[in-house]
Design a protein. Structure first.
Length: 242
């Protein structure tokens, strides 16, 4: 297996949930981790907890709907590290509603956060990823494969997110860059807890995927020998409670 020691990783959406679990896993395996997210307070708390595991923890707040903040994050990574080994996309926005009623402003907001922002971040960091053999992870959703009722806007952005990953993979493999998409089912995170409340459904986190489950499969893919590339991983709860 490939070691992650001394590798540089940027994780968006790193203050909690799946992004937080992936950041923890990377820190445990001796990578230098730059945590990014919108909420500085939550990032500070996450960084403090990770520094009990590793001193190689950095943070830089970034809202992916703000071009200037994406530019600032990329400038920080270039200045501090001059290269990048791993980029994990785990930030985004979600909303639910029937297509006949959902406001287009909701689609615009989700497109900005889930498609345009991650694409801009990838474009800006790609030169740094080409210096070593880089890896990019797109944490998508099960609705990025199969659209479902009341999630048309979100599904559309996640299908676009998959298209970005698929196209990018074929463009950058020759540069020694691996691209992975992960499609989790419902996971025990605050986002899913809020969704269950909106649906009037009991929230039973023990019957859902755990963020650490997703982090585990990501770690496995990142540490594969460089003779292989995992392209797509679908993962869902073992118990079907929804």
């Amino acid at each position: 297996m490939t070691t992650l020691k001394n590798q540089i990783a940027v994780v968006t959406g790193a203050s909690g949930g799946i992004g937080g679990a992936i950041a923890t896993c990377l820190a445990q395996h001796e990578a230098t981790v730059c945590l990014s997210g919108r909420d500085r307070t939550k990032l500070d708390a996450k960084a403090a907890s990770l520094r009990a595991l590793s001193q190689h923890v950095d943070l830089f707040p970034c809202d992916l709907t703000k071009d200037e903040q994406i530019e600032a994050l990329c400038a920080h990574v270039a200045k501090e590290y001059a290269r990048l080994d791993i980029l994990v996309h785990c930030a985004g926005a979600i909303d639910h509603g029937k297509l006949a009623e959902a406001p287009l402003s909701s689609l615009d907001r989700q497109y900005q956060a889930n498609v345009r922002g991650p694409l801009m971040l990838t474009q800006k960091l790609l030169p740094l990823l080409k210096k070593p053999r880089g890896q990019i992870v797109f944490i998508n959703s099960s609705v990025g494969l199969t659209a479902r009722p009341n999630a048309g806007h979100f599904s559309a952005t996640q299908h676009a997110f998959k298209a970005l990953a698929d196209s990018l993979r074929d463009e950058v493999n020759a540069d020694g860059i691996r691209v992975l998409s992960v499609f989790p089912g419902r996971t025990a995170t605050p986002r899913i807890q809020a969704l269950h409340a909106k649906e009037g459904r009991a929230y039973q986190p023990d019957l859902l995927l755990q963020p650490e489950d997703v982090a585990s499969v990501v770690l496995n893919a990142l540490t594969l020998p460089w003779t292989a590339e995992v392209m797509n991983i679908s993962i869902r709860p073992m118990q079907k409670s929804y």
